[in-house]
Design a protein around this ligand. Structure first.
Ligand SMILES: Nc1ncnc2c1ncn2[C@@H]1O[C@H](COP(=O)(O)OP(=O)(O)O)[C@@H](O)[C@H]1O
Ligand SMILES: O=P(O)(O)O[C@H]1O[C@H](CO)[C@@H](O[C@H]2O[C@H](CO)[C@@H](O)[C@H](O)[C@H]2O)[C@H](O)[C@H]1O
Length: 444
């Protein structure tokens, strides 16, 4: 029983509407809270809580006020005993408190708020939540800091924090500097980082380029003003440099045929799980399994290392000085042991190649079929995928030399995306399904 227990019914209604909640396809008959810790008392009050749901545990920061001001009305969760409870990430005053706690290097109710060694945090900054759709929730402070509050509560070492620290230790130029962390004994709850003000998200840049091309349906991708291939090339170089930095900081190794066998088995297992939830995938099952099996026919020794784990165009930011990679958390729903394992860097390449396809295809979803636009979309994808691989090959090994494994990893990622969209954004399910249809039919 916590202070928030009487709020359970309201939370049950509110939860499925939250973008970060991955259990939208589940039967939700009950949610409860545990470990409510008061971080600021008074009016407003700030409470940290963990929400127990059939989809696992989620972190929640709850504000409480006697009266909710107009500008916080959209954050309302429910009302109990004359108090209004709401999502605290929208409340500047309460979010400033979190930054103060980090700057002070403090423990509150078993939660440690700490700056990274050498970081000087100035708390007097106005806070605003990131507007973007995302799996976690981030708050921006002025032009200086961004605090990511993880939503899923996962016990164990957090790859996002660990890999940022490792990359920082070797002076990697493609990350935002880690500045602080919020942890309890077993769980990393948040990470404070340098805010890259003025940076553009790769996804926004790429989709703008596709839109440009579609507006000029008579021209080829290389001829329109918004051509993205130069950026894709530089992005490929940057990703290869981050892979090299990760090897420098944390080492790497090689794995033999047994591990390749195990990796292919894991692809089959993931497919089994997703098939059980998404019947629309069943028609592609034989073709998918055949591509996974083909991966065994490439080189039997594979280079492995720490990798990003969920690389896509939404995880890369273009600053004036080059590309930065963010969010080294891996796939949010994957088991921690898998996210912390040494894996082939080709997984990251496959993730990014999938993302070029996503950027081009999602603009066609919901529109009447148009052959010309479909041809243009495919041309854009092919051009940018090639440019990315060319850039990568300038710094590291050319990913295309491992064709069967790369293709299997891409389809494995597409199967993951089917599950992700099914659980988080059901309207987008057709994007990865259509890709699987095209790839397995040999059209891409
Ligand atoms: N260091 C940063 N500087 C500027 N913007 C950032 C930074 N880190 C994240 N963002 C913005 O916040 C969004 C979400 O961050 P991300 O770490 O990817 O969270 P999630 O795990 O929820 O996907 C990004 O898409 C980007 O727009
Ligand atoms: O950024 P997150 O760590 O939250 O990653 C999850 O959400 C992503 C979507 O926000 C999802 O990525 C998929 O959609 C992207 C476009 O929105 C696209 O660029 C990616 O290629 C596609 O996989 C990601 O899979 C998921 O883990």
């Amino acid at each position: 029983m916590t202070e928030l227990t009487p709020l359970s019914d309201a939370l049950l209604r509110w939860l499925p509407e939250q973008r970060w909640f991955g259990g939208k396809n589940r039967d939700l008959s009950e949610v409860s809270t545990r470990d409510a810790v008061t971080l600021l008392d008074g009016d407003p009050k700030l409470v940290h809580a963990v929400l127990r749901t059939p989809d696992g545990e989620y972190q929640l920061l709850v504000g409480r006020r006697r009266e909710l001001p107009e500008h916080l009305a959209h954050a309302r969760i429910g009302e109990v005993d004359g108090f209004v409870y709401y999502e605290a990430v929208h409340d500047t005053e309460l979010m400033r408190r979190l930054l103060e706690l980090i700057a002070e290097d403090t423990w509150v109710g078993g939660i440690h708020f700490a700056p990274e060694p050498g970081a000087q945090i100035v708390p007097s900054q106005r806070a605003r939540p990131v507007g973007a759709e995302q799996s976690n929730t981030s708050v921006i402070y002025g032009q200086d800091y961004i605090l990511k509050l993880f939503r899923r509560v996962v016990v164990g070492p957090n790859p996002d924090l660990q890999l940022h620290r490792a990359l920082q230790s070797v002076g990697c130029k493609h990350i935002a500097r880690p500045l602080g962390a919020i942890t309890d004994e077993f769980v990393v709850l948040g990470i404070l980082q340098e805010f890259l003000s003025g940076a553009a998200e790769g996804w926004a840049m790429a989709t703008a380029s596709v839109r440009d091309l579609m507006a000029e349906a008579d021209l080829h991708a290389a001829e329109v003003g918004g051509d993205f291939a130069g950026e894709s090339f530089r992005l490929g170089q940057s990703v290869a440099e981050v892979h090299a930095d990760l090897r420098r900081a944390l080492g790497g190794g090689q794995e033999g045929p047994e591990r390749l066998y195990e990796a292919v088995q894991a692809m089959h297992r993931r497919l089994d799980t997703v098939l059980a939830d998404v019947p629309e995938l069943a028609r592609y099952e034989p073709a998918l399994r055949a591509v996974f099996e083909e991966a065994r026919n490439g080189p039997s020794v594979v280079d492995v290392q720490f990798i990003h784990g969920d690389l896509h165009l939404g995880q890369v930011l273009r600053t004036a000085t080059g590309w930065k990679l963010i969010d080294f958390e891996g796939e949010p729903a994957a088991p921690l042991a898998e996210r912390n394992a040494l894996r082939s860097p080709l997984r990251d390449v496959a993730g990014m190649l999938r993302s070029f396809d996503y950027a081009a295809q999602q603009l066609l979803v919901g529109n009447p079929a148009d052959h010309q636009l479909e041809v243009r979309a495919r041309e854009w994808t092919a051009r940018n995928r090639d440019a990315f691989c060319d850039g990568y090959a300038e710094v590291g090994a050319d990913p295309r030399e491992q064709g069967p494994l790369l293709r299997a990893l891409e389809l494995d990622k597409a199967v993951y995306e089917v599950a992700y969209e099914h659980g988080n954004r059901p309207d987008w399910l057709t994007v990865p399904l259509a890709s699987i249809a095209r790839i397995t039919a040999g059209e891409d």
